[in-house]
Design a binder for this molecule. Structure first.
Ligand SMILES: [Zn+2]
Length: 371
């Protein structure tokens, strides 16, 4: 236990020190992980997409059971210099990325390095990727497109050992209002586009789709993220754009939401800027239930299934109908000033993953689980 704990703290600390916030540093972290795994006898495949490196490490055999994908991102959000100096205090490992999600990555790496000695029936693919914090299109999405997929996916995002089975979809929309410009001293001669946008904003934020709820979510969310409009102080503005960041329920249809926005503002130009699929993993999915049982057994506590408001790389697997969950250790303050992970939870996390893999191998027959 102590040895495992020390090993996980050491590996996580090395990853924190990589300061993987730029493409160069992320690539360096990927290479570090590749050689670490190779040194421990794990076969590694190096991938590169648009200058960003990533790896997959596969153990076990296809056609002998389930294929489990363990997915971790190595990129972290920026921080101050002191955030990248790992510090252990009162059972916690502090540092940027300790919780989101370098601790989970270290636990996954150490587990694979251990299992390679005696591979389980079935197959485990460890994916270590860049770009998650920027959207994931260049990392996990690329690997999925290349066919690196499985029967079940665990992304080691910070979840405090609960299991996020669903995530909201992302719909980012630009609504452009037009007006008529005029001299600022005679506004009655023009039509003010900013005022038109302000008058419509409340209606947009309270459309019917915003009043819906689903099993894991009380409501969608609606954020007015940016406003563009106006050029000079003595002019009536003839353009105003509202940039909306809508996080919709897995049960909702983004096309219907766009249509309701268009109907609410027929004179405005509505443009979809970005879409990300929701994650709709079924709470009754046998892999989810097995993971829930393993967690309850090792952790000795009821494990909560929940829905994430934000999106993660799980969505790229969900797009292909592959059940994917976010599941990671206990900590706090990810993306914040004093991020930390509970060291004991890293050990538990690794034990839970190990027990989960054991259960997949022993108790559950693949055909049964795919039903
Ligand atoms: Zn993350």
């Amino acid at each position: 236990m102590i040895i495992l704990e020390e090993a996980l703290v050491r590996l996580t600390s090395s990853l924190i020190q990589m300061e993987s916030t730029t493409p160069e540093r992320i690539n360096y972290a990927v290479e570090f992980c590749a050689s670490w795994l190779q040194r421990h006898g794990v076969p590694v495949r190096l991938w590169e997409n648009q200058g960003l490196k990533m790896i997959t490490a596969t153990i076990g055999q296809a056609n002998a059971g389930s294929t489990l994908v363990l997915n971790g991102h190595l990129d972290v959000v920026p921080g101050h210099t002191e955030n990248f100096i790992p510090r252990v205090e009162a059972g916690r490992l502090h540092g940027r990325g300790s919780y989101d999600m370098l601790g989970a990555v270290a636990a996954m790496m150490a587990l694979i390095a251990d299992l390679v000695q005696q591979p389980p029936k079935g197959r485990i693919i460890l994916q270590l990727v860049p770009d998650e914090e920027k959207g994931g299109e260049l990392g996990s999405a690329y690997l999925v497109e290349q066919g690196s997929i499985g029967d079940f996916v665990i992304c080691g995002e910070p979840t405090n050992l609960d299991i996020a089975v669903q995530a909201k979809g992302v719909l980012q929309v630009k609504v452009e209002f037009s007006g008529i410009s005029a001299h600022g001293s005679r506004p009655w001669l023009g039509k003010n586009a900013i005022v038109a946008a302000m008058q419509k904003y409340n209606q947009l934020a309270t459309l019917d789709f915003m009043k819906e709820s689903s099993r894991f979510f009380p409501a969608p969310s609606f954020n007015l993220a940016k406003i563009e409009g106006g050029a000079a102080l003595n002019q009536v503005p003839d353009r105003c754009s509202l940039y909306l960041d809508i996080r919709y329920l897995p049960t909702q249809n983004p096309g219907d939401i766009l249509e309701s926005i268009r109907q609410a503002v027929p004179d405005a130009h509505v443009e979809m800027l970005r879409h990300g699929s929701p994650v709709t993993t079924d709470a009754c999915n046998p892999y989810v239930q097995t993971l829930q049982q393993s967690t309850a057994h090792i952790f000795g506590r009821e494990t909560v299934l929940f829905g994430q408001d934000g999106s993660a790389d799980t969505r790229f697997f969900a797009q292909y109908g592959i059940p994917a969950v976010e599941f990671g250790p206990i900590g706090a303050n990810h993306h914040g000033p004093d991020e930390y992970v509970e060291i004991e939870s890293l050990v538990l996390y690794q034990k839970i993953l190990r027990s989960f893999i054991k259960q997949l191998e022993g108790k559950v027959n693949r055909d049964e689980i795919e039903k």
